[in-house]
Design a protein around this ligand. Sequence first.
Ligand code: CU
Length: 181
Amino acid sequence: MKKLFNIGSIALLTSLVIASCGNADQGKSSEVDHSAHTTEATAETSAPASTPSTTAAATSNTITVESNDQMQFNVSELHVKAGEPVSLTLKHVGKMDKKVMGHNLIVLKSGADVAKFTEEALKAQATDYIPQSSDIVAHTDLIGGGEESKIEFTLDKAGTYDFICSFPGHAGIMKGKIIAE
Ligand SMILES: [Cu+2]
């Protein structure tokens, strides 16, 4: 029964330890310390409970990705189910025109040469920097501030797929991975 509380109580115990460090006048602080150490040691071997989960989005085939005037996507890793349709909406939450700070989101085939693709994209100004390429799984439109573009696609095979914004100069920062499971 005691083990059930291990994971959930790490944060509490940590704060107790911190509190006890700061409050030397607390008579029971050493007692708390001992239990904290024991619990932490157990938790370490049982589960990666303290792994940060802020960027690891839950697996979902309905996705909204935001892009902004600072040349950023708000996510770098997406998890979807393989073999099922994915509905992805790209939003530009900034204000700048697409000619200056345009964004798109291009999903590339697993194993595609991203650097090579990015070079090809540079030459494709006439088609909003979306080149004729067999490496593309799906792509949104190029959008500017306040706009959005929605696409649907299916990643048939489990694996890792790169996504980028192909607007000139953006792919180095505006990139990420879709993991199909
Ligand atoms: Cu961009």
